[in-house]
Design a protein around this ligand. Structure first.
Ligand code: MN
Length: 292
């Protein structure tokens, strides 16, 4: 199956301007991890195109969920090898998501085992001057922690998410609602996909969190906020967040990507410039247990 063998369970790197950590865990109940994540890997000159982060939560029988989420993030990573693009970054990310959807639909046709597979995909691209472009489909989430306040930057494309926005359900009610698994937008399901786009201006000290619903579906935002605030580095924050999901029963696969913005000034230029002070680590499943 494409991409599956190479999926890391943990990636982290830190630099004077930016620190990033991703961690994925199967949880305590599920047999397989159908989540995938992507963190652009330095040192690479093409970081001049920005730092791409993504989390995907796959669905479907057999291996289909794993294939869907890993293919979606693999496809997004081809952003770095694409020809230069004339339009805006928002248009570019949106186009990548539409193409990822087409790729998944075509792949599903190739094997009966892959029929009906789908995935969420929350991606964020950090570009020069601290601009963060978000492109999102499904019920994974992207949060911003700024000056002690945690705020979701994405809407859940789910039945209960819509009910919460309409004021018909509270967040707590949504978390235990019998229809909480109904996704209203996903990749690989329909020929048309409409990604939700937004743009943020980041500040030094900001922390970005991308998470699958194995986190926010079981852990309250107050706890997520506290873990993000109290952790001195992104890798510890990621480990603490995954630990909270496991403490809550580990009912679902859980995946988090945490980025800490240290400096905005010439951030991307400095990252792309061979990055002498860079520390980097990657763990493949089965080679080493991720930190808990
Ligand atoms: Mn999930």
């Amino acid at each position: 199956m494409p991409g599956l063998a190479e999926r890391p369970s943990r990636v982290q790197w830190s630099h004077d301007v930016l620190e990033v950590a991703g961690l994925s865990d199967v949880g305590l109940v599920r047999a397989k991890n159908e989540d995938s994540f992507y963190i652009a890997e330095p040192p690479r000159a093409d970081l001049a195109r920005g730092v791409l982060l993504a989390v995907a939560d796959g669905m479907g029988g057999h291996l289909a969920g794993e294939v869907a989420s890993s293919c979606a993030v693999d496809f997004m990573s081809t952003y770095y090898s694409d020809e230069p693009f004339d339009g805006t970054i928002e248009e570019k990310l949106s186009q990548k998501v539409v193409q990822a959807n087409e790729t998944l639909l075509a792949l599903a046709q190739t094997s009966q085992m892959l029929e009906g597979m789908g995935t969420t995909l929350s991606s964020a691209l950090l570009v020069e001057n601290g601009k963060l472009v978000i492109c999102h489909v499904g019920d994974s989430r992207i949060y911003l922690l700024r000056e002690g306040e945690l705020e979701a930057q994405t809407n859940d494309h789910s039945f209960v998410g819509e009910q919460v926005r309409l004021g018909l359900l509270t967040e707590d009610e949504a978390r235990v609602h019998p229809a909480r698994n109904i996704i209203t937008r996903a990749l690989g399901i329909r020929t048309r996909v409409e990604p939700e786009l937004s743009t943020l201006d980041l500040k030094p000290g900001d922390r970005i969190l991308l998470a699958s619903d194995g986190l926010h579906g079981y852990v309250e935002e107050a706890q997520i906020r506290q873990a993000l605030m109290e952790s001195p580095c992104a890798s510890e924050a990621a480990a603490r967040l995954v630990g909270l999901a496991l403490d809550a029963g580990g009912m679902d696969n859980v995946t988090v990507v945490v980025a800490t913005i240290r400096e905005i000034d010439r951030m991307i230029e400095r990252l792309a410039d061979k990055s002498p002070g860079l520390a980097y680590a990657k763990t493949l499943p089965g080679l080493e247990e991720p930190e808990k």
